[in-house]
Design a binder for this molecule. Structure first.
Ligand code: SF4
Ligand code: SF4
Length: 421
């Protein structure tokens, strides 16, 4: 049995609401960052006209991928805006002309299985597709491997509480997602695909069962509703019973989450780069919780206003991402980015003050990568000991903070340690 903790899902507010779209931002702020790497070459300057989908920047290094304009309009500035990690990052500001102009006429591909492997890899690299489950790893790099891949696992587990973007996407775009999975299998010579869904997600199960009939290489597997079941290592252990050292490809496995597969579909079918994504907007202090299709670079404040704004009353706490792995952000100047899967508007809890450690060791027991968060916290000023405790292995799942009866924000301490090491 894989490690995991049962935690409240808190998903009900958005589960029965259809995805809506917010497409009217006057200005777009495209973050110049990829996997926390800000080593990006900007390819536009103030006054340039850009089409929707034009490449405006490119990440440097071995995993270089492009960053695209999500609207057509005029480049106005490079400006800093809050990013999902709580820090400010430089963004290309584009004034939207609302014409949605593309540089070339879009040719819709009738059969998306008709790509060679090389064309497929180039296509998803040029579309700037990264893992949309949160990691942001360039997707083309997973497929550009000499390892023999036998299994594609499509992660529809979305184990973070509150978040339902992937649930809703696979429910509303099931046929497209199955078509994309089938194409990925055929193009890459992969034998099987396994869609992993949460055991209690009966609606998704029913919808997949309705459409899966003719796809003989695709099957669905139910996994327990525990956290962090959606983490790649936990999921692979649960489904295949294997572990790996560095990459799942060592065991012939690739994992993509549902949003990433849908982005692949749009790239193969419509030659569409990664310029928008579905984000869950929810929380008890938001007037109308909903999943929203948002252009990359859209100011979050505008989307929140379009959902009726905040509820009156006490102070709010804004979280970029889910409650376990997300980051509290100071202001709603935050902008949408490829790995922003949720925005939570919660009530500020002033009473949650940390107390003395009780030495209960619960944080050690739950850590999925077998770290000792309490010892890491205590060793922040002792570099030698810190190295020995290997905080760099932390996956930032937040379980240690969640479980701690003394309310110590252990994850924050481990992240500080991780940066130090
Ligand atoms: S130390 Fe990191 S990996 Fe371990 S429980 Fe805490 S956040 Fe998760
Ligand atoms: S869970 Fe909290 S109280 Fe228990 S040992 Fe860890 S830090 Fe201390």
């Amino acid at each position: 049995m894989a490690r995991g903790v049962k935690i409240p899902s808190c998903k009900k507010d958005t589960l029965n609401e259809k995805i809506v779209s917010y497409s009217k931002p006057k200005k777009i702020y495209i973050p110049l960052i990829c996997q926390n790497d800000t080593n990006i070459t900007v390819l536009v300057k103030n006054g340039d006209y850009v089409h929707k989908g034009d490449v405006i920047a490119r990440r440097k290094g071995a995993l270089k991928i492009p960053i695209h304009a999500s609207v057509s309009g005029t480049v106005k500035a490079i400006e800093e805006k809050p990013y999902l990690n709580g820090q400010n990052v430089k963004c290309v500001v584009i004034e939207n002309d609302f014409k949605e102009k593309r540089a070339n006429v879009v040719k819709v591909k009738r059969h998306i299985n008709n790509y060679s492997k090389e064309e497929f890899i180039n296509k998803i690299r040029d579309a700037g597709i990264v893992g949309l489950g949160g990691a942001g790893f360039p997707t083309f790099a997973k497929y550009d491997t000499d390892a023999k891949i036998n299994t594609l696992i499509v992660n529809a587990v979305e184990c973070e509480p509150y978040l339902t973007a992937d649930y809703k996407l696979i429910q509303e775009k099931c046929e497209e997602i199955l078509e994309a999975i089938d194409a990925v299998l055929e193009i890459n010579g992969i034998h099987e695909a396994i869609i992993a869904i949460n055991r209690n997600d009966t609606k998704t199960k029913e919808i997949i069962n309705t459409f899966i009939g003719t796809y003989l290489k695709i099957k669905m597997v139910e996994v327990p509703e525990v956290y962090p079941m959606g983490w790649e290592r936990t999921l692979i252990k649960q489904i295949k019973g294997v572990t790996y050292k560095k990459l799942p490809s060592e065991k012939g496995i690739i994992v993509n989450n549902v949003s990433t597969i849908y982005a692949i579909y749009e790239a193969l079918k419509y030659d569409k780069p990664l310029i928008e994504r579905v984000i869950t907007f929810t929380g008890e202090k938001l007037n109308k919780p909903q999943n929203v299709l948002v252009k990359i670079g859209t100011p979050i404040k505008e989307v929140i206003n379009s959902l009726g704004g905040y509820k009156e009353g006490e102070d709010i706490c804004l979280v970029a991402g889910g409650p376990m792995m997300g980051c509290a952000v100071e202001s709603d100047e935050l902008v949408a980015s490829p790995t922003l899967n949720g925005v939570l508007v919660l009530e500020k809890n002033e009473n949650e003050k940390a107390t003395e450690c009780l030495r209960c060791s619960k944080c050690v027991e739950v850590c999925p990568v077998k770290l000792a968060p309490v010892l890491i916290k205590d060793s922040l000023k002792d570099p030698d000991n810190l190295k020995y405790l290997k905080p760099e292995r932390c996956i930032e799942c937040g379980l240690c903070s969640y479980i701690c009866p003394a309310k110590i924000k252990l994850r924050d301490y481990v992240i500080i340690a991780k940066r130090k090491v």
